[in-house]
Design a protein around this ligand. Structure first.
Ligand SMILES: Cc1cc2nc3c(=O)[nH]c(=O)nc-3n(C[C@H](O)[C@H](O)[C@H](O)COP(=O)(O)O)c2cc1C
Ligand SMILES: [Fe+2]
Ligand SMILES: [Fe+2]
Length: 398
């Protein structure tokens, strides 16, 4: 049975939510499920904007047939050639043999790599600024390379002033009928998952995302329709301001997030003591994370949110404790920069964690590393309390 929602005069949302999914991209936990959005414009020509993931493709096909109401599908715009939106393409080509597929040169290169059918009879290649007439609707295509893959473009409907934005402005989490951001308490309930999505999926490509934002700002937008999560039809600044920050590696919150990796609890104890000293100095919203417990995608998201970060790790076989090592590697690979950083190490016979963390942090752009480094030699001692006080002062004053 169909489950669709009309979003404007002759445009429809055909998406679906997958609440069984454990890991998006087999990597990122989705405790609240995942949504995949796509859209159909019913004009003189019918036009689908993007496909859907395999896990919910049955619902999508029912939705598509219902809105088409017996008409054929003339066009499919492929804004993004990733399988979570494209796995249904062979099925669509089989069912609608006259279908034209619209994408960039790169899109068709990848399409031929993923599938066995010959795309050429279907291919409509577009470049920056090209348009497609559907009747009343004219679609304009704008390239957005590396927001998330190199072939990505976004589509602007000049009639409804709707931006079909591909993975940009997406979120983790299933949708529940209220598909518009203005129908939920977005800041309270969704902003964190929008950040975790952006940072982990696209976060490495800040400059490319800024380039897309610049294009978006030149458009007179009435609606933003992403491929995951809520649609926007007002309060655009809520999401655009956040994207401007995330993409430029600008913190949202001036406070401290502490990330520790601890086997027996002494490094954790030092982290907790530091958090208390920071609270006494008037800092609000201080956060302490056990890197072995919290998911790395959540930690990376918080590191993008906070202005000041503290990394604390036990030494482990002359290296960093695994969970802190993984976090720091992930932050490097996501190109995190522009942060104030404190370091705390632990080790019982040949402590190495401090120098390894400093090495990693120095390899990242514009990280201001604070003195002193807190050096535990197993348990937290009086001399460590003095170092922690000094680090708290440095963090509060930075
Ligand atoms: C498997 C293992 C390997 C370790 N390797 C080192 C090491 O190479 N150098 C060192 O100084 N301490 C090493 N340690 C000791 C811990 O870093 C040290 O006991 C520290 O105080 C643990 O802090 P925690 O209470 O936060 O877990 C190792 C501990 C374990 C369990
Ligand atoms: Fe993607
Ligand atoms: Fe996606």
């Amino acid at each position: 049975m169909h489950n669709v929602r009309q979003i404007s005069e002759d445009s429809w949302w055909l998406g679906a939510s997958d609440r069984r999914l454990e890991l998006f991209e087999n990597t990122y936990p989705t405790p609240d499920g995942m949504s995949y959005d796509n859209y159909l414009i019913m004009d003189e020509k019918t036009c689908l904007l993007d496909g859907i993931d395999e896990g919910v493709s049955r619902q999508f096909m029912e939705n598509l047939e219902f809105v088409l109401g017996g008409r054929t599908l003339d066009y499919m715009v492929i804004n993004h050639m990733e399988p979570d939106h494209c796995v249904v393409i062979p099925q669509l080509v089989e069912r609608y043999p006259q279908i034209k597929l619209v994408g960039t040169t790169q899109t068709f290169k990848m399409l031929a790599q993923f599938f066995d059918f010959d795309p050429e009879p279907h291919a409509v290649r577009v470049k920056e600024g090209d348009t497609l007439e559907l009747g009343r609707h004219t679609l304009r295509f704008l390239l957005a390379p590396m927001v998330h893959w190199p072939e990505v473009m976004v589509t602007f409907d000049q009639l409804t002033h709707t931006l079909y934005s591909a993975d940009a402005f997406g979120e983790f989490g299933a949708l529940s009928g209220n598909i518009f951001a203005d129908e939920v308490d977005w800041e309270q309930d969704w902003a964190d998952e929008a950040r975790r999505y952006y940072v982990n999926i696209v976060g490495k490509y800040g400059p490319q995302t800024l380039a897309l934002l610049k294009k978006v700002q030149s458009l007179d937008i009435a609606m933003i329709c992403p491929l995951h999560g809520h649609l926007w039809r007002r309060d655009f600044q809520l999401i655009l301001d956040r994207y401007a920050k995330w993409a430029s590696y600008t913190p949202e919150l001036d406070s401290v997030a502490i990330f520790y990796g601890s086997i027996y609890g002494d490094t954790a104890c030092a982290a907790d003591i530091l958090s208390m000293r920071l609270a006494e100095r008037g800092l609000r919203n201080v956060r302490v994370y056990d890197c072995s417990k919290a998911d790395t995608s959540e930690l990376v998201s918080r590191a993008f949110q906070y202005s000041k970060l503290v990394f604390a790790s036990a030494t482990y076989n002359m290296g960093l404790f695994d969970s802190t090592r993984v976090l720091l590697e992930d932050l490097s690979s996501h190109a995190l920069r522009n942060r104030v950083v404190g370091v705390m190490e632990n080790g019982s016979w040949a402590p190495k964690a401090g120098s390894l963390m400093l090495e990693q942090l120095e390899g990242m752009s514009n990280m201001t590393i604070l003195e002193p480094v807190v050096r535990l030699k197993s348990g937290v001692k009086q001399s460590n309390l003095d170092e922690i006080e000094a680090l708290a002062d440095a963090l509060a004053n930075a």
